[in-house]
Design a protein around this ligand. Structure first.
Ligand SMILES: Cc1cc2nc3c(=O)[nH]c(=O)nc-3n(C[C@H](O)[C@H](O)[C@H](O)COP(=O)(O)OP(=O)(O)OC[C@H]3O[C@@H](n4cnc5c(N)ncnc54)[C@H](O)[C@@H]3O)c2cc1C
Length: 431
């Protein structure tokens, strides 16, 4: 009989893994976290080495008070966060033409806009985000974003804006992202359309970056975290698990996997992962877009632009520095704009601010990164119905966390923390 080296090996030091490690450590369990990258934080990454020291979040950025798990941790560690400043007005770009109007539709289409808002709220009211969506008779919403907009009878600019906004929320294309997964944002914000806007790009940001919270979690209890240690295989024996990584092997009573959906199948499991987990990992999720930072002159310092038929679906001002305005930009497909090419980013930004002169641009290719294979989790159409119930189910001595296993906020930092807490409690119950 083998005496395992630790109680739990956690694969991944993103917010899910760090939270679970903190909770398990606090309960007196021995934990080792194995992280492939040379840093903690996973799909959050706060960088100050670009744009002359301006802090840029390459990944996760905004939180809202309605996200109770992350808010609790922010309060617990006294992490400084600030509310976004509201823009004086929204900017609307219709295929690159900036509209002069306050609303995104001409007066003749106001009825269409009202219909779109009503359709949104009617759909959102059907979701109970505290229970798995799969069992709630919502399959008609678990369809591609564009299909849902058409079936809801949306028309004109309101249709175009809504499709583009959903793609922006999902960082997913209109033909892959599940409308139901984006409607979950609405429902989780108390079915408030304004709440949904806040949860996307007008919430709170971390004054010293998301790294401030990740570090606080990692340092609480002094978890044993091994960086630069990719896990390659996980083998279950009769009464323990053996985990193979680039630096050797480690034995544990239980293992917690927190890697993103599309990454799971690249770890070799013995016995093999269940058919459902393998299938969704092979399909991957629909969050395959891009986030680009630009430093620009000649743009309003409170720009908040939504566009349809544009390369970026959102362009917004984050800070003003002596060299110009720092803009955050999103596109629902990762190859729409070359985020490192100043001229290409300028072309895309000018669809929102025609006079813009972009002087610097940068991005991180989460989609091409083997440790993420995507940006934030947005399920593909049909995946919630087919797989949601399977994602968090343990398989023998192997347990699962990660934002994608959360019910309320599977695309967010909050979902990651929620899942880490849930998994730690689950592990403590069986250890
Ligand atoms: C561009 C972008 C913008 C976002 N914007 C927001 C936002 O504004 N607000 C918000 O709340 N959320 C946002 N998110 C989502 C949020 O960042 C994630 O939901 C959350 O960070 C996921 O945490 P996690 O621990 O579940 O997964 P991850 O952070 O992906 O952590 C998993 C860890 O596992 C590691 N790993 C993978 N494979 C292996 C292996 N084989 N061996 C060892 N380690 C491995 C990875 O390196 C990673 O560190 C954004 C994400 C991106 C990419």
């Amino acid at each position: 009989m083998v005496s395992p080296e630790v109680d739990v090996v956690i694969v991944g030091a993103g917010f899910a893994g760090l939270t679970a490690a903190r909770d398990l450590g606090a309960a007196g369990r021995t934990v080792r976290v194995l992280e492939a990258r040379d840093r903690i934080g996973g799909r959050t990454w706060y960088r100050t080495d670009l744009f002359d020291g301006v802090g840029l979040e390459m990944g996760g950025t905004w939180i809202v008070p309605e996200q109770t798990f992350v808010t609790e941790e922010v309060d617990r560690y006294g992490i400084a966060v600030s509310d976004s400043e509201l823009p004086a007005r929204m900017t609307w770009s219709d295929r690159g033409r900036v509209l002069e109007s306050l609303l995104p539709v001409p007066p003749a289409e106001l009825e269409d806009l009202e219909l779109a808002v009503r359709a949104l709220i009617a759909a959102g009211a059907r979701l109970d985000v505290d229970r798995p969506l799969a069992g709630q008779g919502l399959a008609d919403l678990d369809v591609p974003i564009r299909q849902w907009a058409d079936e809801a009878g949306l028309k004109g600019n309101a249709r175009e804006l809504l499709i583009s906004w959903f793609c922006g929320c999902g960082n997913a294309s209109a033909d892959t992202g599940s409308a139901l997964d984006v409607l979950r944002w609405l429902a989780a914000m108390g079915n408030s359309v304004w709440g949904m806007v806040r949860a996307s790009v007008l919430g709170r940001t971390f004054d010293d970056g998301t790294a401030s919270l990740a570090t606080a979690l990692a340092e609480d209890g002094g978890t044993d975290i091994r960086l630069g240690t990719p896990v390659r295989w996980v083998r279950q024996e009769a009464d323990h698990v053996v985990v193979g990584h680039d630096g050797g092997v480690v034995t544990a009573r239980r293992v917690l996997i927190t890697v993103p959906i599309g990454v799971q199948r690249h770890i070799e499991f013995t016995p093999a992962l269940s058919a459902a987990k393998l299938a969704i990992s092979t399909e991957n999720h629909a969050g395959q877009g891009q986030k680009v930072w630009a430093l620009a002159r000649n743009v309003p310092d409170d720009l908040s632009g939504y566009g349809w038929g544009t390369a970026f679906d959102y362009v917004g001002a984050m800070y003003t520095v002596p060299e110009g305005v720092v803009l955050v930009c999103f596109a629902p497909e990762h190859d729409r704009v070359d985020g490192h090419d100043v001229a290409d980013v300028q072309r895309a930004v000018r669809e929102f601010a025609p006079e813009a002169e972009v002087v610097a641009a940068t991005t991180y290719e989460w989609v091409d990164d083997e440790w993420s294979r995507g940006t934030w989790t947005t399920f593909r159409a049909g995946q919630i119905t087919r797989y949601e119930r399977d994602l968090a189910v343990p398989e023998g001595m192997v347990h699962f966390a990660g934002a994608h296993t959360a019910q309320r906020w599977p695309g967010f930092i909050d979902g990651a923390i929620d899942s880490g807490r849930r998994a730690a409690a689950e592990l403590l119950a069986v250890l």
